[in-house]
Design a protein around this ligand. Structure first.
Ligand code: PGA
Length: 248
């Protein structure tokens, strides 16, 4: 199984997101037919097949769309851990349910660093959405100072404080902060070493994120213990994201 997730962050309008997903669906549905070598690749991309590729799109909050596509699963970039209530600027489970949303990103470094989400709050969110049965893509990753000090493993371990790493609907995304949005992905050796470490205590799918693009996705996906990629900038153009998916 390979997992491809597009994180639009604060980009693209609702209309653009609609057009994007329509094109992505069309691409995936073509892939459901016969590939250029004449092979039937149906099993690869069926959403419910065991050997499926799972394709997620996390649109901006204002561009959430009904999670009712055949191949693409629409998820939420963020939500507060509440059904509804007095939480100005937030969305809760009630709003997500209206769109049939059942996947969410939790712990993204931009939420942690720019919006000050603490590990305790993130753990609270995790518990809430796990209880609701959501597919959780839980993001972790160190900054450059931690990497240079050699404390990566202890840092990543600490990002599991209060998190049920055995949660059955969990996907973990390792995204070194110094590689996010910089155009410079982590080196293959770094990714491999870190994913091996994560695999030593996690049995869930492991994604890599941080400047993944159509040129480096193939070599990253081929690394041991890499089950997929979480893509920001390079996912904003549907043709580029399709090219990334085309590696399987
Ligand atoms: P990037 O973002 O691909 O632009 O580095 C990845 C992410 O933040 O999920």
């Amino acid at each position: 199984m390979a997992i491809f997730a597009a994180n639009f962050k604060c980009n693209l309008t609702r209309a653009q997101t609609k057009a994007y997903i329509a094109e992505l669906e069309a691409y995936l549905s073509r892939r459901m037919g016969v590939d250029s070598n004449g092979a039937d690749c149906k099993a690869d991309l069926t959403r419910d097949s065991k050997e499926r590729a799972e394709v997620f799109v996390f649109p901006n909050q204002a561009a959430l769309l009904e999670n009712a596509y055949t191949f693409v699963r629409v998820g939420a970039q963020n939500a507060h851990c509440v059904e509804n209530g007095g939480f100005t600027g937030e969305i809760g489970a009630q709003q997500l349910r209206e769109f049939g949303i059942d996947s969410i990103l939790i712990g993204h470094s931009e939420r942690r660093t720019i919006f000050g989400e603490s590990q305790a709050y993130i753990a609270q969110k995790f518990a809430y959405f796990a209880k609701a049965g959501f597919r959780i893509i839980y993001c972790i990753g160190e900054d450059l100072a931690v990497r240079q000090s050699g404390g990566v493993e202890a840092f990543l371990r600490a990002e599991f404080e209060g998190i049920n790493a055995q949660y059955e609907n969990l996907i973990v995304a390792y995204e070194p902060i110094w590689a996010i949005g910089t155009g410079v992905s982590a080196g293959l050796e770094d990714i491999e070493r870190t994913h091996k470490f994560l695999r030593s205590f996690l049995s869930v799918p492991l994604l890599y994120g941080g400047s993944v693009n159509e040129k480096n996705a193939g070599e990253i996906m081929r690394l041991a213990n890499v089950d997929g990629v979480l893509v920001g900038s390079a996912s904003l153009e549907v043709a580029r994201f399709c090219e990334i998916i085309s590696i399987i």
